[in-house]
Design a protein around this ligand. Sequence first.
Ligand code: SF4
Length: 330
Amino acid sequence: MSRKAWCSLLKSDQVIDADARTLKVFLAQPRGFCAGVVRAIDIVERALKKYGPPVYVRHEIVHNKYVVEALKAKGARFVENVSEIPDGAVAIFSAHGVSKEVEREAEERNLPVIDATCPLVTKVHNQGNRYVDQGRTVILIGHAGHPEVEGTMGQIPGTVVLVQTVADVEKLDLPTDAPVAYVTQTTLSVDDTRDIIGALTRRFTDIRGPDIRDICYATQNRQSAVRDLCKVADLILVVGATNSSNSNRLREIGAELGIPSYLIADGSELDPAWLDGVGIVGITAGASAPEVLVDDVIRTLNRLRPVEVVTLPGREENITFRLPSALASA
Ligand code: SF4
């Protein structure tokens, strides 16, 4: 669909004139918090209310500095290792999940643990374990060093092989007829993994993989929405943290589609020079970025130029995840 057709679909009477001073701001729909992030933050807040501060969170509860600082102000303490948590203190595992070893360490120390692992990440762990029970070697498609990948590799017994690219598939030291199965990091969408899965299915004769409906709905929806945004925008701003995998991916999609795209934490990181010759700015936000930061970016834009904000039509999300029973009534 052409830019003009998109603009008219959006009930904009005229195609935007890039020289006009008014900046049209199109917001991706959906954007920002997913159900796993809402649940994880809710868990920390409810734990603070129920047990009183401090509660200890292993790793950033979600990858966003604003969220982490806001929870710190309420009494949450963030650590990277279970060994940093004092005896008897409440320990919360982040939305990214943890390895069995981390779980064991907390158990050996009798720490009261609340698990904020996103249920969709747990689903990947369970799927990987089922494949191992079937006698398969599990291949994880993901990014080395990401906490979710480390957690998933440490949740599945035996050897889990990590592949990040199609080239990695070619290098796998496994016979063609080896029984294998793949699982994927949740912040990679169907589109991201298509080529790697294609290479795997060509390489192995006995391969299984999860149902396509098992991928993270939030990742797929946000990526589809940014693709739509790219049909109309001259510039894409992704609100999110540099260590947020899904936010980085949103920026990459914009760049791959030929639109100048920047990942910014908030309005303070916006460079006015990016707006030169721009008539339409598309804004989206990673799954761990709160809407207040999107508002901050819009306010910053508005200080530079008059803005008119339109939300793109998109997919509605009404998914919620149940809280751990210990906190459901907190
Ligand atoms: Fe869960 Fe998907 Fe959100 Fe990750 S992006 S926390 S897998 S809902």
